[in-house]
Ligand binder design. Sequence first.
Ligand code: ZN
Length: 691
Amino acid sequence: MARIPKDIIDQIYHTADILEVVGDYVPLKRNGQNYWACCPFHNEKSPSFSVAPAKGFYKCFGCGKSGNVVNFVMDVEGSSYPEALRALAKKYGISIPEEEERTPEEQLRQNERDSQYIVSNWAKDHYHRLLQNTDEGMGVGYAYLKERGLNLGTIQTFELGYSLDQWDDLLKAAEKAGHQLKYLEKTGLVVQRQDDQGQDTGRRYDRFRGRVMFPIHNVSGRVVGFGARTLKRDDKMAKYLNSPESDIYHKSDVLYGLFQARQAIRHEELCYLVEGYLDVLSLHQGGIKNVVASSGTSLTEGQIRLIKRYTDNVTVLYDGDAAGIKASLRGIDLLLEGGLNVRVVLFPDGDDPDSYIRKVGDQRFADYVENQSQDFIAFKTTLVAREASADPIKKAEAIREVLQSIAKVPDGLKRQVFLQQTAVTFGFDEQVIITEYNKLLKTPAAGRSNTPPTTPTPAPASRPADSPSALAAANPRPLTPEEEIEMAMYGVTHGSEEEASQLAGPTAGLAELAAPLDVLTQCEQAVLRLLVLYGPHEVQPEVSVAHYLLSQLDGTPLQNPLYARLWAECREAFLQGQLPDLRLLAHHEDAAIRSLLADFATERYDLSPNWRIKDIYVPTELNLIQLACDNAILRLNKCHVQRERQQCLTQLQDNQLDSNEQLNVLLRYNELTKLDGQLAQMLGTVVARNS
Ligand SMILES: [Zn+2]
């Protein structure tokens, strides 16, 4: 798609009113400076979704979704960045002069795609008319749908249709309606007739004949292809025939029913995944509207990304036969890898979701799904454990299969729970399972593709209660009042480097929960946050926050790649005379940076209620901006000093140095210890150190 010109993007951001846009979806109530509503992204009874109109950001304190007006449209509509911009431009009557921006080839391609959308939409209408307005459509197509229990409402919602059992019905109708043959061919609605040598004979015929037509919509509701079921009893004929891949139809990026299901998926915070068109239709009609089908293909990464736009929770509804289950286990691993929470429901032998809901009725079906759904890993464990039964070799193989699924789960804490469950199901000691799991991780094929899973250790409960890491995680030291204020002002979470490294060391699984960011990252975040939020403000007359931070930290590059990128961009802009402007940065092209900025802008620094009760004057961050900057700079420097000091210590303990090297390291170590003490003093915090 053509790029939207920069000045138009600016115009969209400046015109779009976040209150107005959000207000189209949820009713907002003012409370203080912000507006509140029940979150449109997760189910809740009391409002934790806030909009800060002055900053142009929203944030949900329940589910954590946050961003600017464009992010909101992306999230709520499940659209891409340019799609969201276009939607806002349309709402505010801003025209996008894209034709001039495009090369002739791009224009041509866009026209080609548009033409394919148009012809697909026309064909959908044509098939839909035939279903209800012809004897054949009524007698064959409609009769079949009625027999399957589908009512007119469902037929309309999903725009079902029927193709006449003729070679050229669509061809003729298309010609009459003025559609070009080439688009009928490109979308696969019409097929070339070839001779014995595979040469085009110049003749054409309809692909779909005598079939019930299921239009396939993309997320924005445009028809991109068709699924078609024959009603003839002919073994040589495929029961289902689908549109081929085309410029507008990529099987692996489409889920059948998602367009009709997306609001319900978001509202229920759950997506049911079924196999066939009729499963989707029957469940939707039965009141279960949050249902989609992968329709024929095995699940793809593209489809999983699509689901993830709306929810993290998927329940897979299976036909009851064992072969089918075995075949789909791999697809489910893909769901786990995508970070989704996966549950499964099995239907009694011989039933699929469609036949079962017709057999037992809507309410009993809903109850069944709710009561029978079980966590996928637990389900797989039971399944393979039962198969392996008493055979020790099979059992070892079965455990490895389960562990392979567990390795796909990105969340460390969840992995631990699953490992515990596996130990229980197979009747092994947990440590045995963990050893086996760690062995498995060393074979490259098992792990997840990008980040290797952290090595889990026994759950906290099985560790001696007085071990330091267990204590650090379970009972964080209570904060002193000074620290509370400091935290409130600087947004830096407390915890010494030592505590953090203990957590990040042997108990990484636990640390993911207890210390979401390491100390260095926190310190880097603090300086970056000040830079983008307060860049143009002055610390001293004629010296801006941006100037101050950038010059003070010129020799201290940020380690976190995302932070470093944003820092470098701000620095570059500053050197060209521009100060950071949150409003402009808000439409950064990088989604990770946009999300980071949203967090900076909307984070609440809630002071302990004690401070309000005692009526102690708490200066705002801006009142004390120089102090805040100094504090953040010192902390970051201190963090680097401590890290290097720790490295020296490790080198000394390793005993690998010759005496000369040893002396040098020792000198550096002492130097750093002194520096650390000085920095601590400057920070005004007293550090008691026994090392
Ligand atoms: Zn929420």
